[in-house]
Design a protein around this ligand. Structure first.
Ligand code: FA5
Length: 339
């Protein structure tokens, strides 16, 4: 029995020493020391021994058990350490090495100028109004003095939706929504995205941005309009820019104007952006048509107002000398990170 125990011990020690993983080690523990293990089996046979043998073998078996447990424990620790030693070799990091730069994004050039415009107008006492991009016929056309059969509808090719609504063709719809909610005197701007079913070229997109502005109060005239336009352009371009005002037709203003800016891409010489005319149509405007005011129950004997609709993409193009409007939505990171 003693010899059997010693052989078993030697065999177990060899296996423990040569084991390479914790799983293997656990298996050895179960095979020798577990409930059905070899050492436990020897202990179970002690009943058939003499009392002296039982005492001697029992003691030896317990010592062997403790020794094996101790060796397994040690081997476990050694295997753990080997794992970490290996990690240190293969996965070390140099915390003093310069890190990869995290790229920080920035607001889109259109958003940046939109924020600038909002600040300029807020400093003149204007509020910011918002309206939905999906509009109904009434707010986009009818309430702006453009009834169903009016030819002016052809000026703005429209994306009609299956539900009878449309993607707003201009931010002028927000004029209506503002006057529905707020009674004069009022002044506000509404920047936003607009959509037209148009073929694109260097100066036309199907999705672009406008900033609508309106002021309704007592004795509002073209003089007020021109003053506000001049402040706006001076603040944005930080220099004097050549503009021209010419008559323009929009059913919701009377009189209506087109404010053009001398093309800053070619300095008025003619290029694809200004369609070789030297001028870029930037900002249609005018005095709000009495019909539009009346539809919102505003007393036209008492109040008058002006409105304008600034093409935001084209303004950004003029400011930075961008020669093609399609860059804004092309998603080219090299273009976007310049601003
Ligand atoms: C309008 O949209 C009128 N709602 C503006 C208005 C408001 C007039 C208030 C009077 C009073 P128009 O269609 O011209 O007008 O567009 C206004 C501006 O948006 C243009 O001057 C131009 O700068 C810009 N724009 C128009 N179509 C496009 C397009 N396809 N791509 C890029 N910009 C455009």
């Amino acid at each position: 029995m003693k010899d059997k125990l010693n052989t078993l011990k030697q065999e177990a020690i060899e296996k423990i020493n040569s084991s390479n993983s914790k799983d293997e080690l656990n298996l050895i523990r179960i095979n020798y020391l577990g409930k059905k293990g070899d050492l436990t089996a020897i202990l179970k046979t002690l009943g058939s021994c003499t009392p002296e043998e039982r005492a001697e073998i029992g003691k030896l078996a317990n010592i062997t058990k403790q020794e094996l447990e101790g060796l397994i424990e040690e081997k476990n620790k050694a295997l753990d350490k080997a794992v970490f030693d290996n990690l240190k070799e293969t996965e070390w990091i140099d915390i003093t090495a310069p890190s990869n730069k995290v790229k920080v994004g920035n607001a889109h050039s259109i958003t940046q100028i939109q924020y600038e415009l909002e600040d300029i107008f807020k400093s003149m006492g204007f509020s910011i109004f918002e309206g939905p991009e999906m509009e109904d016929d009434y707010h986009n056309f009818e309430a702006l003095n453009i009834p169903k059969d009016h030819p002016a509808r052809d000026m703005q090719d429209t994306f009609w939706l299956d539900n009878g609504n449309l993607l707003r063709t201009h931010t002028s719809s927000v004029q209506v929504r503002t006057m529905e909610k707020i009674k004069p005197p009022l002044q506000g701007i509404s920047p936003g995205r607009v959509f037209r079913y148009e073929a694109t070229d260097a100066s036309h997109e199907n999705t672009f941005y406008q900033v609508e502005g309106l002021m309704v109060g007592k004795d509002i005239s073209v003089a007020n309009l021109i003053y506000v336009m001049k402040v706006l352009l001076k603040e944005i371009f930080k220099r004097d820019v050549k503009i021209r005002l010419r008559p323009g037709f929009f059913p919701f203003v009377e009189p209506g104007f087109e404010l053009d800016i001398n093309c800053l891409i070619c300095n008025g010489k003619g290029c694809s952006v200004c369609k070789h005319s030297g001028w870029v149509e930037l900002l249609p405007c005018g005095l709000i048509h009495p019909n539009v005011l009346k539809m919102q129950s505003i007393d036209t004997e008492k109040y008058s107002g002006f409105a304008f609709g600034l093409g935001l993409n084209r303004l950004v193009m003029m400011r930075y000398g961008i020669d093609d409007i399609r860059h804004f939505m092309a998603g080219d990171i090299r273009f976007l990170e310049q601003f």
